[in-house]
Design a protein around this ligand. Structure first.
Ligand code: MN
Length: 408
């Protein structure tokens, strides 16, 4: 598959990808766009020119929710039609190129979906084991972990798009040698490498979704950074779990990569032993091979890759997470985000957060300019990049990034 458009060979946004997002240009209101190479295609313009048959008030929206609500059959058909037009020499798109294609540098990207609810899982065996070891050296995994895809309900209001500055949160912190807490900006600002699934179909309250049907409820995936203040988290998390150490911000990448585009990159889920309960059984390849690189840029703009991990390591897959989430009758809604949980791999440099990479700050990451980081400092920018490569085909997510700014 080759396009008549010039697409850089190493682009995340090849002809095989075509993700959806919300962009604006100049004084125009936000609208639905598709990314191809270094261009954004304006779908509202294509509709006005009569190329795409969809009702009004689908593309000229501040979020993808109305578009997603058309259903996978329709949204997939639009994606495939665009793909066809980007390949064929006698393409109707060429006629409207100047009115519907914008260079990526000229647009502003927005949060792609209106997020109703957000759930954060804890599905990486390596992450749960590494973190568990710090608290319980003899018994890292709690008894339920290999039976339940553990999660907590997060906060949707503070999910922001990549590029949004992250204000260092303040809160209660208690040091080990003091009986009472003090109040301070966090001293342990961390990131978490995750993938977020955007729910693409409403489910019915009271009904469960099987692992077999689960993926039909997913519109696509984004990169997700679950920013975490470890000192605040450590003091508050018992007995009800994460709260203010997490909900001050989570960042997502602006382009939603569809599950259809990811089809080519399916892979096996790691062996699950003991066997989970029957409602969590599944067939086929349910994991995705998505390489995830973590880039730390210092205030002087020097940049370092501090971790390389992969979504394929996840112990619990998305289908199991959805089956578990709905097995009590809890319903999913379009635009909800289900985040994977921190993605750590088996190698020491494949840990998905600083808590693990530095053993809670005790062994700082050494950067080759003599600097080091136990946790993030003001002025640091943390970016996660995600991409898939196989058989000469490449697709990717671009990045999710955020710069830490001082507390207010
Ligand atoms: Mn998390």
């Amino acid at each position: 598959m080759n396009s008549w458009l010039n697409i850089p060979a190493d682009s995340d946004f090849s002809i095989h990808n075509l993700p959806f997002g919300i962009f604006s240009i100049g004084k125009n209101s936000p609208r639905v766009g598709v990314r191809i190479g270094d261009f954004v295609i304006d779908l509202e313009q294509l509709r006005k020119f009569g190329l795409l048959e969809v009702p009004r008030n689908i593309f000229n929206q501040t979020h993808l929710n109305a578009f997603i609500n058309l259903g996978k059959k329709k949204t997939t058909a639009i994606r495939l039609e665009l793909q066809e037009w980007l390949i064929q020499e006698k393409s109707p798109l060429k006629r409207y190129f100047n009115q519907a294609f914008y260079p990526i540098e000229s647009v502003t990207m927005h949060l792609p979906v209106k997020v109703g609810d957000y759930t954060d899982f804890y599905s990486s065996l390596e992450h749960a084991t590494n973190v568990g070891k710090m608290f319980r050296p003899d018994n890292p995994l709690v008894a339920n972990w290999k039976h339940i895809p553990i999660a907590y309900h997060g906060r949707a209001s503070s999910i922001v798009v990549s590029g949004t500055p992250i204000i260092r949160p303040k809160g209660q912190i208690k040091s080990a040698d003091s009986p009472i807490p003090f109040f301070s900006p966090t001293k342990e600002m961390d990131f978490e490498v995750e993938i977020g699934a955007i729910v693409g179909k409403n489910s019915i309250l009271g009904e469960s979704i099987s692992t077999e049907d689960a993926e039909s409820y997913v519109f696509g995936l984004v990169l997700f950074n679950d920013w975490s203040a470890r000192d605040i988290q450590r003091w508050e998390y018992q007995p009800l779990g994460p709260f203010l150490g997490k909900n001050f911000a989570s960042s997502i990448s602006p382009w939603v990569v569809t599950l259809e585009a990811l089809e080519h990159f399916r892979t096996e889920t790691p062996l699950q032993e003991p066997k989970p309960l029957p409602y969590l059984a599944f067939e086929g390849k349910k994991n995705f091979d998505i390489a995830l690189d973590v880039h730390l840029s210092l205030p002087n703009n020097q940049s370092y890759i501090i971790s390389r991990t992969n979504f394929k390591y996840m112990y619990w897959n998305l289908a199991q997470q959805i089956a578990h989430h709905t097995m009590n009758g809890c319903n999913l809604k379009i635009g909800d985000i289900l985040a994977s949980g921190t993605i750590s791999g088996p190698m020491p440099n494949s840990n998905g957060c600083l808590l693990e990479l530095t053993l809670g700050g005790k062994q700082p990451v050494m950067l080759d300019n003599g600097q080091q980081r136990g946790f993030l400092e003001d002025g640091d920018t943390l970016a996660i990049k995600g991409y898939c490569e196989k058989d000469g085909i490449r697709i990717g997510f671009g990045e999710v990034s955020g710069k830490i700014v001082a507390s207010r």
